[in-house]
Ligand binder design. Structure first.
Ligand code: SF4
Length: 381
């Protein structure tokens, strides 16, 4: 599996919790959109040998807000990708869309003009109060309409995002109950559900420092996580990654390849790439990005991964998924590092944090998922 990630770095406004790289489109910054599109096409040309002829299985438009581009512009980017890389005919092509941009006209044009075959809709919640607190531009009705429009136009592979544990909103368990019941009624095949994390450089981070916002405590988060996970498993969703749930056949191929160490190319400012021995990333500044691309310079940052980095990366990514860590693979490829942690793995199994799955790999139990970050940190060498 190999994938291409396209970062569209524009938003209509900044949500209060968001620390993804994007700039707000205003009359002053509007000109950057056209310049960015030309630079992106140029960057793709400059990166045409990144994969050394590997087939491309997935393409993902994320952001920012990719739905601020027209269907024709999205198709122009895709045509450039198809002309430069060997993309599989049945590649998964995902577009992130925001409910307030997703009109019937846009959805129809997307279906008619582009080969986009998967949508990730940034719903976040079907509760108006949650959306107001998060600083989202859409309301619950628009979220609902966006999903129904996508389905009516013929998109079947649809994911939505939820954020839960929102301080200062309605009771988080009540919100979760409403959201899950709405989710089930829409018969969607995929859900990404994230606990709210307050990042320092966001409006929420500022409010927290000022004492205006009190985050929800860890115990409540743990109970919310258990509630959502048990409910979704009970409705036959596969809990295939810490925050992701899918019906059989609808796992996100693109994201799954990140978690299983496959190579990917990221284009656009702040986009990251991974090529086995190296990790690369573009600068998170559109003006510098445009200048660098105009001088044919790509990947402003580059880091060579040591064997230790690769081992830690394997533990961190694989343990997040239901496939877990393959100890035979670790023994063969990282025998010394593996010896350092083999006893710890056994101990985690005895403590009920890890179990052996059907493939014989060690994966997280429900208890383990609740403290995944600290378990992963314990297994780092
Ligand atoms: S959450 Fe999405 S829409 Fe909101 S500011 Fe961040 S990237 Fe933009």
């Amino acid at each position: 599996m190999s994938g291409i990630y396209v970062h569209i770095p524009f938003c209509k406004s900044k949500c209060y919790y968001c620390d993804f790289y994007s700039i707000v489109l205003t009359s002053r910054t509007k000109y950057l959109k056209d310049e960015f599109l030309s630079a992106l096409l140029r960057e793709l040309e400059l990166q045409k040998n990144f994969f050394a002829h590997r087939q491309i299985d997935t393409i993902y438009f994320g952001g920012g807000t990719p739905s601020l581009f027209s269907a024709r512009e999205i198709n122009e980017i895709l045509e450039k990708i198809f002309s430069l890389f060997p993309v599989r005919t049945d590649a998964e092509i995902t577009l992130e869309v925001n409910p307030d941009d997703f009109s019937v006209e846009f959805a129809r044009a997307l279906k008619r003009i582009t080969p986009v075959n998967r949508l990730s809709i940034g719903v976040q919640s079907f509760v108006d109060k949650d959306l107001q607190v998060l600083g989202r531009r859409h309301d619950a009705h628009q979220a609902d309409s966006a999903v129904i429009t996508a389905q009516d136009i013929g998109f079947q592979n649809i994911s939505i995002d939820f954020i839960y544990g929102i301080p200062g909103s309605v009771d988080p368990f009540y919100s979760m109950e409403l959201n899950l019941s709405k989710f089930y009624s829409l018969h969607l095949p995929h859900l990404s559900a994230y606990t709210l994390t307050i990042e320092p450089e966001t409006v929420f981070g500022k409010w927290q420092r000022m004492g205006k916002l009190k985050p929800i405590d860890d115990d409540t988060f743990a109970r919310l996580y258990e509630t959502i996970t048990k409910s979704l498993i009970g409705h036959d969703y596969l809990h295939y990654e810490i925050s992701n749930y899918a019906k059989q056949g609808f796992l996100s191929g693109h994201n799954f390849s990140y978690w299983t160490g496959e190579p990917y190319l990221g284009v656009g400012p702040a986009a990251h790439s991974f090529g086995g021995d190296y990790r690369y990333w573009n600068i998170a500044n559109i003006e510098i990005y445009l200048k660098e691309i105009s001088q044919n310079k790509t990947h402003q940052h580059k880091e060579k991964l040591s064997e230790r980095d690769k081992f830690n990366e394997y533990i961190m990514t694989h343990l997040r998924t239901y496939q877990g860590i393959d100890t035979e693979y670790l023994k063969q490829n990282f025998s010394t590092y593996y010896q350092n942690i083999s006893q710890q793995i056994e101990q985690f199994e005895q403590q009920g944090f890890l179990y052996r799955n059907k493939q014989g790999n060690f994966a997280l139990t429900m208890r383990g998922k609740l403290i995944a970050d600290s378990l992963i940190a314990e297994l780092f060498v």
